[in-house]
Design a protein around this ligand. Structure first.
Ligand code: DX5
Ligand code: ZN
Length: 214
């Protein structure tokens, strides 16, 4: 499968966000990963639909919006209107029935739906909805902050998921040159990376390194 790179702007310089996004776009990024946090589902607060709306103007790349919020349904319309191309909700925050309705709604709008699970959440929780979602985002750190260490204990879950799911499997948290090798081997094909890219001197080199991991 083609390896896609999704730089997470959480580690970008927010004082010049538009420039940072343009830079990763020109350096080979496949999409822009936007981390939305509400201070309830995770112990941190980041950005909302207003910022997504402006980011939309800065790039042609798909906006991959990761909702780490307690009541995702409440904000879906706002994030769709802001220009999200992909929306990810956490299985810890939503029921299967609501995922089903959400899929129908997003399909009409041409927005892709992803489901995410925390490191401690078992695969069984999403097993019966794999036919509903467009992709799965496996957290490889506890969500909330960039720059944390990759959790290798999640690798068997990725491997198991790849045996059940043919769509995109994204991984998020602690991805670098070394861990990208491990997650790709386990079956992931979309690498979300924040600090490895934005804290590096050469974005092109970092993105290329991740892409050419194997
Ligand atoms: C964490 C976020 C990640 C974060 C990853 O809750 O979902 O997208 O930005 O950052 P790194 O790549 O630095 O671990
Ligand atoms: Zn994320």
């Amino acid at each position: 499968m083609k390896i896609k790179i999704a730089p997470s702007i959480l580690s970008a310089d927010f004082a010049c966000l538009g420039e940072e996004i343009k830079k990763v776009e020109s350096c080979g990024a496949d999409m822009i990963h936007v981390d939305v946090m509400d201070g309830h589902f995770v112990p941190n607060i980041t950005i909302g639909p207003l910022v997504v709306k402006d980011i939309r103007k800065a790039t042609k790349l798909p906006l991959d919006v990761h909702l780490m919020i307690k009541q995702p349904q409440k904000f879906i319309n706002a994030f769709v209107a802001a220009g999200s191309d992909m929306l990810t909700v956490h299985i810890e925050t939503i029921s299967k029935l609501k995922i089903k309705n959400l899929k129908l709604k997003l399909k009409k709008k041409g927005v892709k739906l992803g489901v995410s699970l925390n490191p401690g959440t078992a695969l069984i929780k999403i097993k019966n909805m794999l036919d509903l979602v467009d992709f799965v985002l496996v957290m490889t750190v506890e969500p909330g902050f960039g720059g944390q260490d990759f959790m290798p204990e999640v690798l068997p879950k990725i491997k198991k998921l790849r045996g059940l799911f043919v769509g995109d499997i994204a991984v998020d948290g602690g991805i670098n040159k070394k861990t990208s090798r491990q997650v790709i081997k386990a079956g992931a094909n979309v690498l979300v990376a924040g600090s490895y890219i934005f804290k590096s001197k050469d974005y092109k080199e970092s993105i290329t390194r991740l892409k050419c991991t194997v």
